[in-house]
Design a protein around this ligand. Structure first.
Ligand code: GDP
Ligand code: ZN
Length: 376
């Protein structure tokens, strides 16, 4: 083999593989959005699709590699004309959520209405704590801005900033807080740019309205997907990532809208930015301090949400007691407590229960896939 053919081989290899992000999974099919780089290179030569409908290589089946929405994948030998490909490799995940099942999500966009329904600080805190539990960044949006006075809005904002959050004020109705697409660095668009975002919040706060506003072509994309993928969309509960006009991906399925605080008592304080601040500045006398009435506690104090902390702590303790009474139970948390009781927040990984059921599902999918590959 001479030098030229070796170079040609290398070129062939890189040319025949491409990188992309899985934006939808349906049975054994993976809708993969091809990276811009490949698009520009290929586009210069031929008109290639932005998405490929892929199956999964049998090698992945052998190693038990699951493919999730949000996964970064290598597609081997794409059939550009046919818009088909096969996932050959899944790159290591940075994060993994189980509800909704999404890999590599960067942030949770928590939506709460300023009115209709009225903003309830305890409910908001519950969602915030739940969002903190994912270990992902939090982007808080206060919606229906059009329904409340300027004074009331300011009151809420200063209160919430005491908690450690800087909310975005938005109104889908008047487009306030949403219009500045490019010119403001503190615009929601900027916050969503080039990230994978999952929306969460109680019902009725305007999540669907917001998704439709942010991705006006959301339905276009859906109807453009042909075959099995689109048929399954309305029959099966599944999640799909949609491209934002400015870059970035948004999950169309709101996550955890019935938040159960499934955290361990010891880690609860780390889910409150105010308490995190105290714990970063000093240490409690006891490494297993629950910050109630222990001596020399640095967390206990007159911060506004301390009361909520105590209420949630009781819940977490009660939940732990119930779990301990069940022989086969196991907390579905990945609590990392280092020596000294300092907890490093980590994205929560799929629970054991979830892994179990998904293995069953996966087995089914793999069987189908084998057939699929035969046909492919
Ligand atoms: P979801 O349950 O969180 O998905 O909420 P929806 O998007 O279905 O919205 C619930 C209701 O709030 C609907 O009647 C919307 O028209 C209304 N809504 C959504 N956004 C706004 C807004 O910015 N201002 C006002 N006044 N109403 C809104
Ligand atoms: Zn303490």
């Amino acid at each position: 083999m001479n030098w030229t053919s070796e170079v040609n081989d290398l070129w062939e290899q890189t040319d025949n593989n491409c990188l992309g992000t899985v934006v939808a999974v349906q049975a054994n099919f993976y809708q993969v959005k091809i990276d811009e780089y490949h698009n520009s290179v290929k586009n210069a030569r031929e008109n290639i699709p932005k998405f490929l409908l892929c199956t999964r290589r049998s090698r992945l089946k052998k190693i038990g590699q699951k493919v999730m929405v949000g996964d970064r994948v290598i597609i081997e030998d794409p059939d550009w004309e046919g818009g088909r490909g096969a996932v050959a490799e899944v790159l290591p995940r940075e994060t993994e959520l189980d509800r909704p099942p999404i890999a590599n999500a960067n942030q949770v966009m928590l939506v709460f209405a300023l009115a209709e329904p009225n903003l309830d600080p305890v409910a908001l805190t519950r969602f915030l704590v739940k969002a903190e539990l994912t270990g992902l960044e939090i982007c808080l949006c206060l919606s229906k801005w059009d329904l409340v006075s300027e004074a009331k809005t300011e009151e809420w904002c200063s209160q919430i900033s005491e908690w450690g959050y800087e909310p975005f004020l938005i109104s889908v109705k008047t487009e306030a807080g949403l219009r500045a697409v490019k010119d403001s660095s503190h615009s929601l668009w900027e916050k969503l740019r080039n990230k994978i975002t999952v929306i969460s919040g109680p019902s009725g706060v305007g999540k669907s309205s917001l998704i439709n506003y942010l991705i006006p072509n959301v339905n276009l994309r859906v109807s453009a997907v042909s075959g099995k993928l689109s048929r399954g969309r309305h029959t099966t509960r599944h999640v799909e990532l949609f491209e934002l006009p400015n870059g970035g991906l948004l999950a169309d399925t709101p996550g955890f809208n019935q938040p159960q605080l499934d955290c361990e008592p010891i880690e609860l304080a780390y889910l409150f930015p105010e308490a995190r601040k105290y714990l970063a500045e000093g240490s409690c006398q006891f490494s297993d301090c629950l910050h109630r009435d222990e001596p020399n506690c640095v967390v206990r104090g007159d911060w506004e949400r301390y009361e909520y902390y105590l209420t949630f702590l009781e819940e977490a303790i009660a939940r732990q007691e119930v779990l301990q009474q069940q022989p086969d139970s196991e907390s579905n948390l990945k609590a990392k407590t280092s020596s000294g009781g300092k907890r490093k927040l980590e994205p929560k990984l799929a629970s054991k229960k979830y892994r179990r059921s998904s293995r069953k599902v996966e087995h089914q999918q793999l069987q189908d896939l084998c057939q699929e590959l035969d046909e492919f």
